[in-house]
Design a protein around this ligand. Structure first.
Ligand code: ATP
Length: 278
C-alpha cells in the first residue's frame, strides 16, 4: 500500500516547470485578509482544478494573478518573470499570453459573437478585416459552434453556446494559459460534460495550461490533471484526484466523499483512502 504524498503547493522536489509560481501571497480587503501566505504552482501543460468552500477567495486569487486585485505582499511569477517588476509594455505583452473566461461569460451584449471574438484582436493586433473574419471563423469552429453563430447576439444563444462563444473569445490571441472561473456553472450535466471534453481537447491540441476554478466534481474527475484546494487563505492540499480522495483533511473528506460525491463515483473511480491508482 502506498500513502500518497500531498504537497502544499503541488511542487515536488526536482519539479520546477511551473508556468505560474505564487509564493507567500497575502491579499485582503479592509480588515479582512483573504490570502494569508498562499503558495501555489501551476505547471506547464496541466489542467489544474482549484476548489474550496464558497467565499474563501478562489476568484480573488485568479484576479490577483491577473493583476486585477492588488496584493499586500508575496510574489507572483508568470513565465519565470516577477510581475512586480514589469513595465507597462511588458505587462501588455504578458496579458496577450493568457485568456480568461469569467463566471458569467461576460460577452458584450451589443456585439455579435464574431465581434466579441474580434475585440481582443482589434485591441492588440493590427489585422485586415478579411483576416479578422477568418480568425473569428476559426475560433468559432474550434469551440464547436456552428458557423451561423458568428452573427448572433448573446441574447440569441443558449447558456452552453454563450460559454463556448466566451471561450472562443478567450482564445482570440492564441494564449498559452487559460483561466476559467466556474466554466460549467449553469450548464446541465450533459452540457457541462461536453464543455469539459472541449477544454481537455483544446489543452491537448493547443498545448494549453489551464487554471480552472470549479465546484463541479465531474470536471475534477474527468478534466483535471491535478487539483489544489483552498482553505483559510492557504492551499490545504494539491495533488491528483486519487491523492485528494485519500486525504483525511476534514473539508476534503466531506467534499470528495460526501453525498454528492458518492452519487457521482462509479466503482472504477472510487478509491478507498490510502490507495492510489497504479
Ligand atoms: N473587491 C472586493 N472588495 C471587498 N471584498 C471582496 C472583493 N472581492 C472579493 N471580496 C471578498 O473576498 C472573499 C472571497 O471572494 P471570492 O469571490 O474570491 O470567493 P470564492 O471562493 O471565489 O467564492 P465562490 O465559490 O462562492 O465563487 C469574499 O468574502 C468576498 O466578499
Amino acid at each position: 500500500m502506498t500513502t500518497p504524498h500531498l504537497s502544499l503547493n503541488g511542487q515536488e522536489p526536482g519539479q520546477s516547470d511551473a508556468i505560474i509560481r505564487v509564493r507567500d501571497l497575502v491579499v485582503g480587503f479592509g480588515h479582512r485578509t483573504v490570502m494569508k501566505g498562499l503558495d501555489l504552482d501551476i505547471r506547464r501543460g496541466e489542467i489544474l482544478g482549484f476548489v474550496g468552500p464558497s467565499g474563501q477567495g478562489k476568484s480573488v486569487l485568479t484576479r490577483t494573478i491577473l493583476g486585477l486585485v492588488p496584493k499586500r505582499s508575496g510574489t507572483i511569477e508568470i513565465f519565470g518573470e516577477d510581475v512586480d517588476g514589469l513595465t507597462v509594455a511588458r505587462r501588455r505583452q504578458l496579458e496577450q499570453r493568457w485568456g480568461v473566461l469569467f463566471q458569467q461569460g461576460a460577452l458584450f451584449s451589443g456585439l455579435t459573437v464574431k465581434q466579441n471574438i474580434q475585440m481582443p484582436m482589434r485591441e492588440h493586433l493590427k489585422l485586415s478585416e478579411r483576416l479578422l473574419d477568418e480568425f473569428a471563423r476559426l475560433k468559432i469552429e474550434m469551440v464547436g459552434l456552428k458557423p451561423d453563430a458568428a452573427d448572433k447576439y448573446p441574447s440569441e444563444l443558449s447558456g452552453g453556446m454563450i460559454k463556448r462563444a466566451a471561450l472562443a473569445r478567450s482564445l482570440a490571441l492564441d494564449p498559452e494559459i487559460l483561466f476559467l472561473d466556474e466554466p460549467t456553472s449553469g450548464l446541465d450535466p450533459i452540457g457541462a460534460g461536453e464543455f469539459d471534453d472541449l477544454v481537455s481537447t483544446l489543452k491537448k491540441t493547443l498545448g494549453l495550461t489551464v487554471f480552472m476554478v470549479t465546484h463541479d466534481l465531474d470536471s475534477l474527475y474527468t478534466a483535471c490533471d491535478r487539483i489544489a484546494a483552498l482553505g483559510d487563505g492557504r492551499i490545504i492540499a494539491a495533488g491528483t484526484i486519487e491523492e485528494m480522495l485519500a486525504s483525511d483533511h476534514p473539508w476534503l473528506r466531506s467534499y470528495f466523499h460526501g453525498k454528492r460525491a458518492r452519487a457521482l463515483t462509479t466503482p472504477a473511480q472510487a478509491v478507498p483512502p490510502g490507495y492510489a491508482h497504479a
